[in-house]
Design a protein around this ligand. Sequence first.
Ligand SMILES: Nc1ncnc2c1ncn2[C@@H]1O[C@H](COP(=O)(O)OP(=O)(O)OP(=O)(O)O)[C@@H](O)[C@H]1O
Ligand SMILES: [Mg+2]
Length: 374
Amino acid sequence: MVEVRLENVTKRFGRVVAVDNVTLEFPDGRFSALLGPSGSGKSTLLYLIAGIYKPTSGRIFFGDREVTNLPPKDRNVGLVFQNYALYPHMKVYDNIAFPMRLRKLPESKIDAKVQEVARLLRIEELLDRYPGQLSGGQQQRVALARALVKEPDVLLLDEPLSNLDALLRLTIRAELKKLQRRLEITAIHVTHDQAEAMSIADVIVVIDRGRVQQVGSPDDVYNRPRNLFVAGFIGSPPANMLPGRVLRDGVVMVEVAGARLSPREEYAKALAETGIEEVVVVFRPEHARLGYEPASGALSIEGEVYVVEPLGRENIVTVMVAGVPVKVLTPPSVRPRAGEKLYVSVPAEHVMLFDPETELNLLHLLEPRGLGPD
Ligand SMILES: Nc1ncnc2c1ncn2[C@@H]1O[C@H](COP(=O)(O)OP(=O)(O)OP(=O)(O)O)[C@@H](O)[C@H]1O
Ligand SMILES: [Mg+2]
């Protein structure tokens, strides 16, 4: 168990900058998720930590030990890939035993260890089968077992659940979280699925175009997104964004699509710190309500219902507001008709404001370090 630290790590492939000057720490014994869209550099970052790639520049540390130039076998990491990568001609038992046989451990020790992890992952009954005779979820557990028998200091997981069906994903991700807690191993889990990252991780690192966008708890990235990218990436459906104008006649107000908002105290303070006139007004679909009257004490914007998508547990209602589609989550009973005019209301406490130039959450003006690195 060690913390993993990256200092100014850059990785280029020819002209592509896959990882761009990343400085970051993955805490000891915690579950971290590396979250970002396709092509954002997640796998590259993971393989740099594993030692499969060498950084173009920068340094990597496991605890106090610099590992930048060490090959994978000297780093004691366990790696699980998206596609399991089990040896098809070996039985499950031998797949799991393989890393220990490479290390020439005595067979009696190997056997004890295989039985132990098999129990842990509940695959004792499968040891005598070939990978081709297993379901995807079972193969995934075997791959995890093979990574764990090495007793790695760091467990690295690259989209390990992406080949599984939705139900199995939920089951295995819960198991993975319990397992990590129990072993207190430093785990780094790559995913592009924000719900998976939120559910599993203590720390979420949001990455885009090779750069770290925010590091924080699930609560931080959801409630205090550092920039517009994070605000739009975390949450489903994504946060709504509308242009707003700052009015400074005595008290600070924000005008959005003809409606006025008295921003919550923190934002009023932040706006007082800066002279900006334009803002991006951001709120989540789950924080908005629909009504035929404007709500008092809230931002209430008039719009026209565009489409209603019933999902059983809730509906997603898309309302056109000044030409911008705004999504609102409603209880199943709230099902307005397309073309109806109504109000989208959001309590001021749930309205976030961002700078359209820098794309930063204006809260950063109050606590520059609180929302992560620049
Ligand atoms: N071996 C390589 N040679 C050239 N370019 C590469 C190589 N590996 C990755 N890249 C590029 O680096 C960028 C980051 O790729 P990476 O595989 O790290 O993304 P990712 O976040 O894991 O994406 P995904 O979610 O699709 O797996 C991409 O633009 C990719 O095309
Ligand atoms: Mg990848």
